[in-house]
Design a protein. Structure first.
Length: 763
């Protein structure tokens, strides 16, 4: 049908009216020409007006085509190509298919090379670049492969280039020894472990790992790191024609996961030193996300390798994408009976392939998303569900991953959903530059102290089952079961996960810093020198004691143990320092006195529940404050004491008992007072600036000219049963700071006692 519209200067309303008048086939033709992101415009079964509104919202968005271009396409509607016909409905009978030939989010490995298609030309280009590095003994043998996340770098190197290098050894050389590794938190340890496996095949020696790790860390008088070169020479000394290829996959982990700048420097220098040695024993292949190119400027000589001979991975062209879609299926179908092959070929027809190719060409990081969608299509074909039906239901390439993750998550119970959020937030590291990257975590550390390990494992299994593979599990070099997000595409495409990260970004950063310190302690055989002290310990205890109602990414059991050990160490630190100098006779009596006072303080301030005034309490409390114990006042018992003018700033007094105490003119600035009991306490002119008061009991407490500004976790409900007058309140509260001035005046004139007065009687 021919439509006649005056298109110049068409307004949005006029364009909407014109689109609404289109017949459905013509609207489909226009959509095929425009090709908005998959899942954005509802399918043909939806009302035309709804489809038009969805299309126009995208058209006017920053990534849309613009009203003028859509108007022009509408004017030339008759000349636009027809969209491919959709496959005809088929028999919904389930199909007996073999193993799924697609990878989901997992990278292709060397053993998957027979199912890796579409990159033949690029593989050959990389193989030739690698071979050229050996033409001159003085040329550095490093081949960087870099590109955006989701461009297929890991799969290209593992399932493409490595098999090609095995098939075509260098002229005059034996087949190479190839070690593949990811740097992780400690790249030198990972490298040492890989080398130790080569040195002692079938019998990994911890002693050999430590030996190699020490050698890799050692530098000579010129600050050169030659450990890798020397180790390779020894390992290959009986094979003159042998050489070693190191594939360092996800090289960006030396910036995202390795926090030790010295180890990072030693790792890079070892790689470069071995790769430039004229003996040509070692060559290095790197894969790295291109958004980390700027980070390589920390090592200028290494940075220049990314320009030449480095290779930027281009997007796959339509013919290459078609191979990646169709060839794995053809291999799988060759093993099936003819009737099944005919049915699958009818389902996976050229029209569907064209739709998938066009969708992939418009998606950032499309390759893992395409593989994930193909995996789902194959799994649903087992049930007799047509691929185009699967495609439309999940929202195309852009929606498949997010929809599957969301479906699994929503099928969990509410309690299990909370654990699932905890798992995903522990598997992601937030960076200072506001980016988020995946990280590998031992399965044993994913259960927090209040979670059941078997339940956590059961939930992980929901996301790792065949055909899903949103999470993957594997054993690391030390045979510890690890878990990680299969691909960072999940972070970019699952909106719920992005929301969790945005809501808790700062808490996650604090968590990561504490767990990094705990890891350093573990790496140094739990040496006391690496325990937290001072402000760092205070912050960690503050963090772990918070009862985050919406924060699931709590610290691991191992980190809780680390914080407890740090607390125990700090409690004894002063005593140990005094003990160290007690050999001097003049201080012997001070040592005895100190221990005596600490013993009494422990009995009076932490064990006595009588709530009767003790004349020693004030002296003992001041002694603890002077001796550096502000961070160790949790559950202190100061009920009914006269603490006028006491300074408890920066103290950690979680669940402290201050009932009926006189604490006028006291300072609690920056103190941690969660769940503390201030019932009936005199807090006239007290300063709680920046103090944490979450769930503190403030019933019948007396705030006159007090400062509660910027207090943390304080709610209006907590103050509803307090007495406030001329008090500075947090800015988010709507309470009257002079609410109880008249009531306070009345109680004082009557000679009443605040903690005996029922606050609710005024209402």
């Amino acid at each position: 049908m021919r439509y006649t519209f005056a298109m110049s200067g068409l307004s949005r309303l006029q364009l909407a009216n014109a689109l609404n008048r289109l017949a459905t086939p013509d609207f489909e033709k226009l959509l095929f020409a425009i090709w908005p992101p998959s899942g954005l415009v509802p399918g043909p079964s939806a009302p035309q007006a709804s489809r038009v509104m969805a299309l126009l919202e995208w058209v006017e968005s920053p990534t849309g085509r613009g009203l003028e271009e859509i108007s022009a396409l509408l004017e030339d509607l008759d000349t636009l190509p027809e969209p491919p016909p959709l496959p005809a409905p088929t028999d919904p009978t389930p199909l007996e298919l073999g193993p799924n030939p697609y990878q989901g989010l997992r990278a292709f490995e060397e053993e998957d090379q027979d199912r890796f298609f579409g990159r033949d030309q690029l593989v050959e280009d990389l193989r030739q670049r690698f071979e050229k590095r050996y033409a001159d003994p003085h040329t550095i043998r490093v081949l960087p492969i870099y590109g955006p996340s989701g461009s297929g770098k890991s799969s290209l190197a593992r399932a493409g280039l490595i098999p090609a290098l095995r098939k075509h050894p260098l002229p005059g050389k034996d087949s190479p020894h190839i070690l593949t590794l990811k740097p992780g938190n400690h790249p030198l340890e990972v490298l040492a472990t890989a080398l130790a496996r080569l040195a002692t095949p079938g019998d990994l020696s911890i002693a050999k790992i430590r030996e190699f790790q020490d050698e890799l860390l050692r530098s000579d008088s010129k600050q050169a790191f030659d450990g890798l070169r020397f180790i390779a020479d020894r390992l290959l000394e009986n094979s003159p024609k042998a050489y070693l290829i190191l594939l360092i996959d996800q090289f960006e982990e030396i910036y995202t996961l390795c926090e030790d700048a010295q180890e990072r420097h030693a790792f890079i220098c070892n790689l470069r030193g071995a790769a430039i040695d004229p003996s040509q024993r070692v060559a290095v292949i790197l894969t790295m996300r291109s958004d980390f190119l700027s980070a390589t400027q920390q090592h200028p000589q290494f940075n220049q390798l990314f320009a030449d001979p480095g290779r930027l991975i281009p997007v796959m062209q339509p013919a290459e994408l078609e191979q990646a879609i169709t060839q794995p299926a053809k291999l799988a179908l060759a093993k099936l009976d003819r009737n099944t092959r005919d049915r699958v070929n009818l389902l996976l027809n050229k029209s569907l392939v064209q739709i998938l190719v066009k969708d992939a060409m418009g998606q950032e990081g499309a390759l893992p998303l395409l593989q994930f969608l193909l995996t789902q299509i194959w799994e649903e074909m087992r049930q007799g569900i047509e691929p185009i039906e699967t495609y439309n239901r999940v929202g195309g390439i852009g929606g498949a991953l997010a929809n599957e993750a969301k479906k699994i998550y929503e099928n969990l119970s509410e309690a299990d959903q909370k654990i699932a959020r905890s798992i995903f937030l522990r598997l992601i590291k937030v960076n200072d530059d506001k980016t988020a990257t995946r990280r590998r975590v031992p399965l044993s550390e994913l259960a927090t102290k209040d979670q059941d390990a078997a339940q956590v494992k059961a939930i992980i299994d929901q996301f790792t089952r065949p055909g899903v593979w949103i999470l993957i599990t594997f054993a690391n070099e030390e045979q510890i079961e690890m878990v990680e997000v299969a691909h960072e595409a999940l972070i970019h495409n699952w909106s719920e996960l992005r929301d969790w990260l945005a809501d808790q970004w700062e808490l996650l950063r604090k968590r990561d810093k504490i767990e990094q310190a705990a890891q350093e302690w573990e790496n140094h055989q739990r040496d006391n020198e690496y325990l937290l002290q001072g402000k760092a310990l205070y912050n960690a205890r503050f963090f772990v004691s918070l009862d985050h109602e919406t924060f699931e990414a709590k610290i691991s059991k191992n980190t809780c143990d680390f914080i407890q050990k740090s607390s125990d160490f700090q409690r004894n630190r002063i005593a140990k320092n005094i003990l160290a100098i007690s050999i001097f006779p003049i201080l012997g009596s001070l040592l005895v006195t100190h221990f005596f006072v600490l013993k009494i303080a422990h009995s009076v301030l932490f064990l006595d529940d009588s709530c009767t005034q003790n004349p020693q309490a004030v002296f003992l409390l001041r002694y603890l404050l002077l001796s550096g114990q502000r961070g160790n006042l949790d559950e202190v018992k100061l009920c009914n004491e006269n603490l006028l003018g006491i300074s408890l700033h920066d103290s950690f007094a979680w669940r402290g008992d201050f009932r009926r105490a006189v604490m006028a003119n006291s300072s609690f600035r920056n103190a941690y007072l969660d769940e503390a009991d201030f019932q009936g306490t005199d807090l006239m002119n007290a300063d709680f600036h920046n103090a944490s008061l979450k769930n503190a009991n403030l019933k019948n407490s007396y705030f006159f000219m007090a400062n509660l500004e910027n207090s943390i976790g304080l709610t209006e409900d907590q103050l509803n049963e307090s007495f406030i007058c001329k008090t500075r309140l947090p800015s988010n509260m709507e309470l009257d700071p002079d609410r109880d001035c008249e009531l306070i005046r009345k109680i004082m004139l009557e000679g009443g006692i605040f903690y005996e007065y029922e606050r609710t009687t005024q209402h």
